[in-house]
Design a protein. Sequence first.
Length: 266
Amino acid sequence: MPEPAAILVVIAHPDDELFVSGTLCLCADRGFEITLACLTDGEGAAPAGGPAERRRELEGSARNLGAARVVFLGFPDVGSRSAPDDPKWDEQSLAGQLSAIFLDVKPDLILTHGPRGGYGHQAHRWAHRAVMAAADATAYSGSLFSFCGRAPRAFFSWHFESDSAVLVNARPFLARRAASLDAHQSQIDSFVQPHFPRSPRKLMSAAFGYLFSWTEVGRKRVPIGTARRFFERFPVEGLMLQKAPRERAHFFAEHFADDPRVTIAR
């Protein structure tokens, strides 16, 4: 029987779950129950179908990753006209709503954005602060990790905010991760749109990629173009420890210490 555990993932926008998609697949396969809480409907980048379409896309992505439930808080997106002055963006109000979710889900593990938002997005930073405030308000005693940690020799990883306490090998979940991105049809071009190499060095790199596309080193240099290629660029996910239980090991050390797909920093 699987070990009982509940996981809560707090994201700012539909499609932010892609940053931690391999980790969610790993946990879903272990039988853990995963709840996704999304703060906005992503209306700042809403398609023709509006926020409702982005909700449907996130629900489709969540099914591919094995999440049991998606909760939408309905906050206005950063960049929308109502966001700067809307009281829902008040940290105390947001933390209060998250506190209620914490008490309902009773998560053993919380995953959310990092202190600097992974790559600096304002809504991601606000989400992190609100999650930490809710953890304090509820005296949360489980493990809290943020994603977008650096992974050794990983494409674009230098851009992320800090070194990782846990590394997850997401290669076994490539098909499911690609399917989760395919579910976000309104946003997929921003992930997979290939950019023509504009320098001799980048042209040589792309040529090397095509020539050696049967290797992982080669695939990292092929222009993205597809959801599958996007995740081939990110075969390892890095997680940063933000809060650990006082009297026991953190979640991944407790549940995945002997799993070869998980590397835990000593």
